[in-house]
Design a protein around this ligand. Structure first.
Ligand code: UD1
Length: 419
């Protein structure tokens, strides 16, 4: 039944009005995993009810942490029982971010058995950086029968240089280090805002962490963490997506609850393209212009242009004046949206890690399929500006990561409905 569901977008209507951003999925997931480290009863607020979040909540319950989703974006955590060692196969394979539980289980119990997350639509996404970090902390690793088995008599602090500033590895190692013996220094750490948010949650629970949000993070292990109420940061990818939707439809939209510092590259690139962007400490207003000019983008670790915004920005470049070059530096296979954008009339040529986007005066409605989460947002953006009706299939991808995106767009005046 689910598979036949589609979004129908009638293009050509400007987005107008005010909207509010939801909590960040990519901050909420590691923070929920970090609850394995923290004993006590507490609440985490600003957690959007997304499919990925529900998977993580199931995971916590399977591991012995009682986690319950309340209405109003809150999760109640009760962590007073023994932690189980084995992460269920069906949950890890449903979502790669489930591997975040490895570091916390290890730190609490000294033994973790977590299935390999397996392939992923946007690339192979190996785990070597996580695993090398754990090894440096004295963990024995055995990979067999599809499981990563990790054993540590005692987890000890270490100096760990990451070959690449992986977001997940930085988070996993940082979580493990909070309860390790001694000091861990993570060098070439990822600097994404979600790492800072995770560190703040852990610090509030009693962890000793310095430098999160910079390339060197120092963690002094402590003997226990006690969870405290916390609220997750707003979703910078949702903000960026709404900004681009407002820009392509030549709309005028105020996005409330955003943190402008988190989306500086999007603001810069949209301004370079001729889009009006006004920023206050908590709100962002986007005013579309008659002509959008092509710009080049290159995805990079934070504070570079986020890979999670690449597909949406490509939708904008599809109707910009001139040629824009999109270079994808984070994932090796993140251009699957190109063929779908081309079905809508976009003129794009892919050459290995680059897509050359020649702006066209008009996209045309067509039937398209979502291949991954951010590709879904790109297709909606393209549909909003295309001439006629765009029918978008594969909505499960979208529900994994955007909370009510079609509804938010509809409230801003988009003609978009679910069939
Ligand atoms: C997180 C985000 C995801 C975002 C990505 C990059 C979450 C839940 N997801 O994913 O939305 O697109 O950051 O900003 O926060 N890599 C290795 N070995 C490793 C780990 C990663 O080679 O051990 C590679 C990956 O294959 C990829 C690159 O490093 O090419 C970046 O991955 P990483 O930063 O780890 O992304 P995730 O944490 O999986």
């Amino acid at each position: 039944m689910e598979n036949n569901q589609r979004l129908v977008v009638e293009g050509g209507y400007p987005l107008l009005g005010t909207t509010r951003v939801s909590g960040a999925k990519n901050a909420a997931l590691p923070i929920l995993a970090a609850c394995i480290l923290t004993t006590g009863d507490f609440r985490i607020a600003n957690i959007p009810p997304l499919m990925d979040i529900k998977v993580m909540i199931k995971m916590l319950n399977a591991l012995g942490v009682r986690a319950e989703y309340l209405a109003n974006d809150q999760v109640v955590i009760r962590n007073n029982r023994k932690i189980r060692h084995i992460a269920p196969y069906e949950l890890v394979t449903a979502m790669r971010a489930s591997f975040f539980v490895a570091g916390p289980i290890l730190a609490r119990t000294g033994f973790a058995k977590v299935p390999l997350p397996g392939g992923c639509a946007i690339g192979i996404r190996p785990l070597d950086i996580h695993i090398n970090g754990f090894k440096a902390m004295g963990v024995d690793i055995n990979i067999e029968h599809g499981f990563v088995q990790m054993t540590a008599k005692s987890l000890r602090g270490a100096r760990i240089y990451l070959d690449f500033p992986s977001v997940g590895a930085t988070e996993n190692i940082m979580m493990a280090a909070t309860l390790a013996d001694g000091t861990t220094i993570i060098e070439n750490a990822a600097q994404e805002p979600e790492i800072d948010d995770l560190a703040n949650f852990l610090i509030q629970a009693g962890a000793c962490i310095e430098g999160a949000g910079s390339s060197t993070i120092t963690i002094q292990g402590v003997s226990r963490l006690v969870g405290r109420d916390y609220a997750v940061i707003p979703d910078r990818v949702e903000v960026g997506t709404l900004m681009i939707a407002a820009a392509v439809t030549r709309g005028d939209v105020c996005i409330k609850g955003a943190v402008p510092d988190h989306i500086e590259p999007i603001i810069r690139k949209l301004k370079d393209a001729g889009v009006g962007v006004d920023v206050t400490p908590t709100d962002i207003r986007v005013v579309g212009s008659d002509t959008i000019t092509s710009v080049d983008i290159e995805t990079m670790p934070f504070p570079g242009f986020p890979t999670d915004m690449q597909a949406q920005f490509m939708a904008l470049l599809s109707i910009a004046r001139g040629i824009g070059i999109v270079t994808e530096r984070i994932f090796e296979n993140r251009f699957m949206h190109v063929s779908e954008l081309m079905r809508l009339g976009a003129d794009i040529r892919v050459d290995q890690r680059q897509a050359i986007v020649k702006g066209v005066p008009q996209l045309w409605g067509a039937e398209v399929k979502i291949t991954d989460l951010r590709a879904g947002a790109a297709l909606i953006i393209a549909g909003l500006v295309a001439n006629g009706q765009t029918r978008i299939y594969g909505l499960d991808h979208l529900r994994r990561g955007y909370y009510e995106l079609p509804q938010k767009l509809e409230r801003l005046g988009a003609r978009i409905h679910l069939i």
